[in-house]
Every structure is written in C-alpha cells, then in structure tokens.
Design a protein around this ligand. Structure first.
Ligand code: TTP
Ligand code: MG
Length: 390
C-alpha cells in the first residue's frame, strides 16, 4: 500500500468579488473591484472580468481606476464573506474531519485513507466543487497532492474553477520545472541571491546537495532543499489558532508628524489589546509597520520579557520602535501587531512591568464599557484628536 498522503487544498475564486456577483446578479459577467474605494485605498480583490484589465489584489485603487474605469467599485461586506466562509468550511467537514482553515477562502483537507469510504480523491474534489456551487453559486479551485505545499501550488494552476492533481510519482518531474518564486518563504531577496548562482528553477536547487545548502544558509538552506524536491511533512492543523493580532490604518493625508502617528498607534493598541483580551491571549512580540509615501514598507519588532495584552504596554513598545526610526519621508500607513502568543497566565515577575494593576484595571473597565455601549463610547483624548486629522 502506498504511504503517500492525499492532501486537498481548496481556494475560492475571486472570493469577495464572486460573493458580490452572486448576491447582486446584475453584477455577473461584469468587472467588480472590492477594496478601499477611496483613491488612497487598496484593492482587496477583483473579479476575473476586471483582472483582464490588469487589476489585482494589493494594487492601489487609484491605479485600478485608471486600468478599469468602467468597473463596479465596492467597499466590501466582511461579515457576509465571513458567513459564507463558515458555511463552506461546514460543507468540507462533511467529507473529512481533518479540515484546516488556512484563510477566509482556503482550506486543506486530509483525504489519506478515505478511498474505500468516499472513492478516489479526484471524485471527492469534483463532488465538493459541485456541492459548493449548488449551495452558494460560487466556484473554487482545488489541488490534490501528497502534501500541503504541493496541494496549494496545484490549486492555483488551473484557476478559476480548476482541479489539478499532482500524483506522487510525478513530483520529481513537476518540481524540476517549477520556478523558485513559487516556493513559500522565498521572497525577492532570496530569489535575487539564487539568481546570482544561476538558479531560477527548483531543479537547479536539487543539483546541489542538502549539505551545500545547509552550509550556505543553515536550517533555512536545508528546508529550501527539501521544498525544492517537493518534500513537506507539515501536518494539517485542524483547529489552527490565530498566530497574530493586528490593526492598521491608511491616513487620509501623509504625515511625518510623530505625534499624529503616535495617536494612531494608541488607537491601534486599544483595538489590538481589546481583541487579545477578548480571546484570552497574550503575545510576546510587538511589531510596528510603517508604509512611507513611496509605498516602501518596513516593519520593526520588539520581544518583551513577558507576554502581554495590555493596551499601554503595546502602545509604549510601538512608540519606542517608532522613536528609533528616522522619518525622512512622510508616512502613509501605520500598524501594530502582536504575535508569539501564549495562553494567558497570572505569572509573577521579579521585575516590575509597565502594566501594573491600575492599567490592567483600566483595560478591564474600558473593555466592559465598550462591550456594552460600543467602541465609540470611550475614546482616549489623543485618539479623539484623530477625528480632525483623518
Ligand atoms: P485570495 O484567495 O488570495 O484571492 P481571491 O479569492 O480573490 O482570488 P483567486 O481566485 O486568485 O483565489 O484571497 C481571498 C480573499 O481575501 C479575496 O477575495 C480578498 C481578500 N484579500 C484581501 O483583502 N487582500 C489581499 O491582498 C488578498 C490577496 C486577498
Ligand atoms: Mg481565493
């Protein structure tokens, strides 16, 4: 019996835009662009009709408007997308108990050993596609492969409404011709360094030994070598918890004024702190994200001695990261995220920290009031000022 796993990856096609086209049938067959609809906003997604004009996710809305002025521009209805997403995940659970939701519109399923019960995996994939289309009028693309990494690549190959199978015996041939840019975790810098070595395809990576890559880039080198051969043992994580919690805002007007940026950071610290406290999580790493007016984005992070969900601690950490940055250009966006979660525990520290009982009490009181009367009920002074500045 083959020891190969059978992993399915499903990704909805142009998810937000397709939901809009189903809910408003008059939009069907038309270019639909969802995102921040002001000219300073960013495209979340575009229907395939709009993609023909070159519009894609993460593009500035101003550029999208130039490329496809006759499109229908929508700001999106995230609750609705979340609702459909949950229903789709529910459908998947009918086929296998091992479902990992990877994002709002994608999931992995482990079909290993389900052949006798459900039939061949490609038939299951077709059945799921049919089911989702019947229930929601939405198409998706599915990849089937011996591991998660290959299944994800496969689902992208025949988009939209695709189904691609990578049988285990074809993996070496498939990987040999795969561009290194398709490997997860291989960003622009690594691609450039590989190019210096004349390496553009995964097959080129495999021409050198695992030891070669390990000597060059350590553990990362070894992982790169394994991925380039199509090896990935990572298991499915059925109830994957959030790994980070963040908030960010694009300003209405670019600014280099640290006080204004700090007021936004306070607003975001409150949002993130409140969300962390709600899910009873604390994180040890605070990351500050800054996007300059030329769209260059940088992140800086600090790791705390103890995990936190305290608004003040998050805020002060983000401010000290900001203080170390030179703001030679104006800033377009700032954001904060907290990661490296640990379950909340009342641990005693030898060292006094920044969130003594009084600030924890303040967080608790603010949380209780905003839970009852909404987020606008209590606003700190510095945040109130933003209303004039946004
Ligand atoms: P994706 O699956 O990456 O994109 P998509 O479903 O719109 O299109 P595709 O057919 O290529 O899969 O993302 C799912 C949704 O997540 C997308 O509909 C909107 C949202 N999203 C953003 O808000 N911002 C982004 O930058 C991306 C990539 C997606
Ligand atoms: Mg998708």
């Amino acid at each position: 019996m083959s020891s190969a796993r059978s992993i399915l990856h499903l990704d909805m096609d142009a998810f937000f835009a397709s939901v809009e086209q189903v809910d408003q049938p008059e939009l069907q067959g038309k270019p639909v662009i969802v995102g921040g609809i002001s000219d300073r906003g960013v495209v979340s997604t575009a229907s395939y009709e709009a993609r023909r004009f070159g519009v894609h996710s993460a593009m500035s809305m101003a550029v999208a408007r130039k490329l496809c002025p006759h499109a229908i521009f929508l700001s999106g209805r995230h609750r609705r997308y979340g609702q459909i997403s949950r229903q789709i995940m529910h459908t998947l659970h009918r086929y296998s108990p091992v479902v990992e939701k990877a994002s709002i519109d994608e999931a992995y399923m482990d079909l290993t050993g389900t052949g006798r019960l459900l039939g061949p995996a490609p038939n299951v994939a077709l059945e799921i596609k049919k089911q989702i289309f019947t229930e929601h009028g939405l198409t998706c693309s599915i990849g089937l492969a011996p591991n998660k990494f290959l299944a994800k690549i496969a689902s992208d190959l025949d988009k939209p409404d695709g189904l691609r199978v990578i049988p285990p015996e074809t993996v070496p041939e498939f990987m040999a011709a795969l561009p290194v840019t398709r490997l997860p975790g291989v960003g622009a810098k690594t691609v450039a360094r590989l190019k210096e070595l004349g390496i553009t395809l995964c097959g080129h990576i495999s021409q050198y030994s695992s030891e070669f890559w390990e000597a060059k880039w350590g553990q990362r080198g070894r992982s790169l070598y394994a991925l380039a051969q199509g090896i990935d043992h990572s298991p499915l994580m059925p109830r994957r918890k959030a790994k980070s919690c963040g908030a960010e805002d694009t300003f209405a007007k670019d600014t280099a004024d640290r006080e204004i940026i700090k007021a936004w950071l306070l607003h975001q610290s409150e949002e993130v702190g409140r969300a962390l406290r709600r899910i009873k999580c604390q994180g040890r790493t605070v990351t500050l994200k800054i996007k300059f007016n030329d769209f260059q984005t940088i992140t800086r992070n600090a790791t705390l001695t103890r995990p936190t969900s305290c608004t003040q601690t998050i805020y002060h950490t983000a401010c000290s990261l900001l203080d170390k940055l030179s703001l030679s250009r104006s800033v377009r966006l700032c954001g904060i995220s907290v990661s490296q979660f640990q379950a909340r525990q009342a641990q005693l520290s030898l060292f006094p920290e920044r969130n003594p009982a009084s600030t924890r009490d303040l967080d608790r009181i603010v949380d209780a009031i905003t839970a009852k009367y909404g987020q606008q009920a209590l606003v700190r002074g510095a945040v109130l000022d933003l209303k004039d500045k946004k």
